[in-house]
Design a protein around this ligand. Structure first.
Ligand code: IPM
Ligand code: MG
Length: 385
């Protein structure tokens, strides 16, 4: 027996899994054409903590905006129960099988935040439901827009969503008592599709610049590959300016008022995308204001970028949670399924209610508006648009 036989066996298994995934990626089809469906099913998954509260409010907005299609049987809004930390712990799975099966019957999902256990929590350290869902539904593009008109900020981040540090985030090895290893995975297919998604978006939306962000000077193999593939895809889009930044200086440049307006579309590996989109959202009013889409070829999932705020629930403040993040995610969902006009109207209503008119203000606690009252306000505003 060699000293590291067990670890090598574990590593070999990971390599086989990832190699099999690459083969699947090679054979993946194209994006679903929603207009060809008889009925489009939107699954609404509440999640944990403040999730069910804010998601049900976003569902009301969708019910209002899609009323005609729902009445005609062309769109169904389907509530999917059971993606709770209690259920996940009971079966020791990031997503219980029956819940995943229900989710897979839908085309697009609106999802509330789910609690991610970490070391030291009362919960066993199971994989994040978010991360598991992105993998299970192969939602490779995490698209996170941030817009602050008065500051000239209009960014769209294309965060790779299934690879990088996250692919094997729950499969690291404690090699010895004193040495832990994690893995980072970058594939040609996985990088090509996110890079292409970013450039296609830029082209379709009149953007003139795409920026790739890595740490390829240090993380040479995986980030090096990511960057190389971005360069290759960039060469297919000669009308779009391509530039490269390292994640550390990029993080700094986002607070540089003179430089930050120049960024338009940013494409980056999973973990850097995770971190920098929280920073970026802060300029817009915090993670509570940001929505995010997770796009794959077959499925798409729309969610807030914040967590389930267990503290708010514990302190009895769940009803004051800001629903704007999930409502914004619902607007992104509308745009994704071809309801551009409804989506634009909803985005407009959110800006009117939370930035311009501000007849109600969310504070997250007593004295501020409740999620329900704020959603009424948004629906009333929509009626006038
Ligand atoms: C996000 C979140 C998740 C992530 C967590 C909850 C696992 O931070 O969507 O950005 O790291 O991707
Ligand atoms: Mg995050």
């Amino acid at each position: 027996m060699g000293r590291f036989d067990e670890q090598l066996k574990h590593f070999e298994k990971l390599l086989e899994q990832q190699a099999a995934r690459v083969e699947r990626l090679k054979n993946e089809g194209d994006f679903v054409d929603y207009s060809s469906l008889d009925k489009l099913i939107i699954g609404v998954v509440g999640g944990d903590g403040i999730g069910p509260m804010i998601t049900s409010q976003a569902q009301r907005v969708l019910e209002y905006l899609l009323a005609d299609d729902i009445a005609a049987g062309k769109i169904e809004l389907r509530t999917i129960e059971g993606l709770t930390i209690e259920n996940r712990v009971a079966v020791m799975k990031a997503i219980p099988d029956d819940v995943l099966e229900e989710i897979k019957k839908c085309h697009v999902i609106l999802k509330g935040p789910t609690t991610t256990p970490q070391k030291g929590d009362p919960w066993p350290n199971i994989e994040s439901a978010n991360v598991a869902m992105r993998k299970a539904l192969d939602l490779f593009a995490n698209v996170r827009p941030v817009k602050v008109e008065e500051q000239g900020i209009d960014w769209t981040f294309f965060r790779e969503n299934t690879e990088g540090e996250y692919a094997l985030g729950s499969s690291g090895i404690n090699v010895t008592e004193d040495m832990a290893f994690d893995f980072k995975v970058t594939t040609t297919q996985g990088t090509e599709r996110i890079a292409r998604a970013a450039f296609d978006f830029a082209k379709k939306n009149g953007k003139t610049r795409v920026t790739a962000v890595t740490k390829a000077n240090v993380i040479k193999t995986t980030d090096g590959k990511f960057l190389e593939i971005c360069r290759k895809v960039a060469s297919e889009y000669p009308d779009i300016t391509f530039d490269e930044w390292y994640i550390d200086i990029m993080t700094a440049k986002l607070v540089d008022e003179k430089r930050r307006r120049d960024f338009q579309v940013v494409v980056l590996p999973n973990l850097y995308g995770d971190i920098i989109t929280d920073e970026a959202a802060e300029f817009q009013g915090g993670v509570g204001t940001a929505g995010s889409s997770n796009l794959g070829k077959r499925y798409a999932m729309f969610e807030a970028i914040h967590g389930s705020a267990p503290r708010m629930v514990k302190e009895g403040r769940a009803q004051y949670a800001d629903p704007c993040s999930v409502i914004r995610a619902a607007a992104m969902l509308l745009s994704h399924i071809g309801k551009a006009e409804e989506s634009a109207k909803l985005m407009r209503a959110i800006v009117i209610c939370s930035q311009e008119e501000k007849k109600l203000v969310m504070t997250g606690r007593e004295g501020g508006a409740t999620a329900e009252a704020f959603t009424d306000y948004i629906i009333e505003t929509l009626k006038k648009l």
